[in-house]
Write a protein that binds this ligand. Structure first.
Ligand SMILES: O=C[C@H](O)[C@H](O)[C@H](O)COP(=O)(O)O
Length: 223
């Protein structure tokens, strides 16, 4: 079993009958969705809320009952992957371009679990490029603003070298900052920019991190 599968299966154990469960996106979340799908086939009674078209297709294929985020009062638990997690449990997400829907689902969840392998645990955020989801109209102007700040922006591209379009119809500009000393002030600044829909800084968001390493699974309580 690889580390992504290990943490995915561990996280699925947190899901109980009657829960509304946020289903994250990515190669690690994939295994969690598979594990929940197996439990649903065995009789687990839950409703899933997906965070991307990819996860929706996977969950539908597994027969997991689904509702949209707007059809539920509240989400009991969301399980998702992450791209980087700092010592104080702040995170970067969006490597799979799903962070807008993921943040909406996380913000409406009573509890959030992230599942990662230990290579994602870092001292300080920033080595992973920070995804910023932007409205196409005016996006070149935002690109210039990021360039002037020295953030080394790059539009996320598809394999055919087109600008990637997210599930919500936006572009992504990745910021290559190397080190993010003050994630909260950066988040406040990004939030203030017209045309920025959402960025990949998930601050004070996670409750529990399940980390897979060569010695097995470690469970870290963040808050
Ligand atoms: O947009 C994608 C999500 O934020 C993912 O959860 C994140 O990129 C981690 O993905 P993976 O488990 O594939 O490394």
């Amino acid at each position: 079993m690889n580390l992504k599968e290990l943490v995915g299966e561990k996280a699925a154990e947190y899901v109980k009958d009657g829960m509304v469960v946020g289903l994250g996106t990515g190669s690690t979340a994939y295994y969690m969705v598979e594990a929940i799908g197996r439990r649903v086939k065995e009789g687990l009674d839950i409703v899933g809320v997906t965070t991307s078209n990819r996860t929706k297709e996977q969950a539908e294929g597994l027969g997991i009952p689904l509702k949209s985020v707007d059809e539920v009062d509240r989400i009991d638990l969301t399980i998702d992957g992450a791209d980087e997690i700092s010592k104080d449990f702040q995170g970067i997400k969006g490597g799979g371009a799903a962070h807008l829907f993921e943040k909406i689902v996380a913000d409406n969840s009573d509890k959030v679990i992230w599942i990662v392998d230990d290579s994602k645990m870092v001292e300080t955020l920033g080595a992973f490029p920070l995804p910023v989801e932007v409205i196409p109209y005016g996006s070149q102007q935002l690109f210039r603003t990021f360039e002037q700040k020295g953030y080394k922006p790059a539009f996320r591209k598809t394999e055919s070298n087109e600008k990637l379009v997210t599930d919500a119809g936006h572009y992504i500009i990745d910021l290559h900052m190397e080190v993010i000393e003050e994630p909260h002030s950066l988040a406040t600044w990004l939030d203030s920019l017209t045309g920025v829909v959402e960025h990949g800084l998930f601050l004070d968001s996670v409750n529990t991190v399940i980390v897979g390493g060569e010695n097995g699974v470690e469970i870290l309580e963040a808050r």
